[in-house]
Design a protein around this ligand. Structure first.
Ligand code: APR
Ligand code: PHB
Length: 380
């Protein structure tokens, strides 16, 4: 078997790239190790920047997003027990973000793909990519070892993927930061706490009140690394303590999903080796506080899709540098948001006072607000 572009992974990056290539008339194959149900229910973040929404609309994946997605024009920063609104739209001259879960983006892309897309094989586990200048993908499907010869391979296989590990030692540099805390995330059949997202800095640690719909909340609590998911009552009690003020009071309801997510940052440079490219989480991870993960994955594959569609060797050569500029901006912003809002273990009162002063500056100074808002909504 041979294809022009072999895509490893059917997360948002792989699925969107396949759609862009298909629309440009470029032959490709997508190999995904998990089954369709698993991929469609995996819980991830849910904030889409304007640029991401525009791309999804352009490729025909915007109908349900336009019906069910929730445009947001501001966020709330809660500190010292009080909420302060950041008016994203005012501060950026008109930009906003959408709440639409990544699971829904993935469902929409898979439905489009299966209707008229190129081959998409679920339960096709890639083991390695060899010969990076004339790449061959080695995988197992339906119990049989297979090979796929490609002109190009794109590793869209996430942080734990294998394509990155097929690159010879020494050819790539990996820059990493691990955070000394994790997020416990829950999904609850409970109306959102507030009509906008609430990012809370408290003496007990960070909390985030997000949503998936007018009747479903997505809530996160900062917890020590290695924490196992708590009992429901404990989770609600802690949410009350961190989010419950006279203005904000968590609405309780059945918890339908719970998980603990480590917080880390990582960038692999460059994002191209011979005819093999990395895109999305396979190339970089951001801590979720900035809500950038999905948007970076989309921006990577849009850049790559354009380069393939143009047939320009120069654009393909520029792919890595073009993406890495955006990636490092997002890393910087996500790391700032994370360190502004979380309490490190054993943090001194001096550090906590610095964080509060920083938060006061962000809500009190238009210049600081503009900086946060333009990074949060995406720099175009
Ligand atoms: N063979 C085939 N598929 C694989 C392999 C493999 N060896 N390893 C991983 N995969 C698949 C995973 O099962 C997954 O479906 O690659 C896909 C990677 O998808 P994501 O992890 O969703 O990564 P990406 O498409 O880059 O999307 C980035 O995901 O982590 C979030 O916040 C992040 O929103 C961002 C988004
Ligand atoms: C989410 O809704 O899952 C979400 C929102 C904002 C973030 C992170 C996650 O910063």
């Amino acid at each position: 078997m041979h294809t022009r572009v072999g895509i490893v992974g059917a997360g948002p990056a792989g699925l969107l790239l396949a759609r862009l290539l298909h629309l440009a008339g470029i032959d490709c194959v997508v190999l995904e190790s998990r089954d369709r149900e698993y991929v469609q229910q995996r819980q991830r973040a849910g904030i889409l920047e304007q640029g991401t929404v525009d791309v999804l609309r352009e490729i025909g994946a915007g109908a349900r997003l336009d019906r069910e997605g929730m445009p947001h024009e501001g966020i709330e920063l809660l500190f010292g027990g009080r909420g302060h609104r950041i008016d994203l739209t005012d501060l950026t001259g008109g930009r906003r973000v959408w709440i639409y879960a990544q699971t829904e983006v993935v469902k929409d892309l898979i439905a489009l793909h299966l209707a008229d897309g190129p081959p998409l094989l679920f339960e096709a586990e890639v083991h390695a990519v060899t010969d990076l200048d004339r790449p061959v993908i080695h995988y197992t499907h339906a119990g049989r070892a297979q090979v796929l010869a490609c002109d190009y391979v794109v590793g869209c296989d996430g942080f734990h993927g294998v394509v990155r590990h097929s690159i010879p030692a020494g050819a790539a540099r990996v820059h990493e930061r691990a955070f000394p805390y994790s997020w416990m995330g829950i999904l609850a059949e409970a109306p959102p706490l507030h009509h906008e997202l609430v990012y809370a800095h408290t003496e007990r640690g960070f909390a985030l009140a997000s949503m998936r719909s007018p009747s479903v909340s997505r809530l996160y609590l900062q917890v020590p690394n290695g924490t196992e998911p708590w009992a429901d009552d404990e989770i609600w009690a802690e949410l009350d303590r961190r989010l419950g003020t006279s203005e904000h009071w968590p609405n309780r309801g059945p918890i339908t999903a719970k998980s603990v997510l480590p917080m880390r940052a990582s960038v692999t440079e460059p994002m191209r080796f011979g005819q093999v490219f990395l895109a999305g989480d396979a190339a970089h991870i951001v801590p979720p506080t900035g809500a950038k993960g999905l948007n970076l994955a989309v921006a990577d594959v849009v850049t790559l899709g354009r380069a393939f569609a143009s047939g320009s060797a120069e654009l393909l050569d520029a792919y890595s540098d073009t993406c890495l500029r955006r990636v490092w901006r997002a890393e910087h912003f996500s790391n700032l948001m994370t360190s502004m809002l979380h309490l490190a273990p054993g943090q001194s009162s001096f550090e906590t006072r610095l964080q509060v002063s920083w938060l006061e500056y962000v809500v009190g100074s238009r210049a600081a607000g503009v900086s946060l808002a333009e990074n949060y909504t995406g720099l175009g």
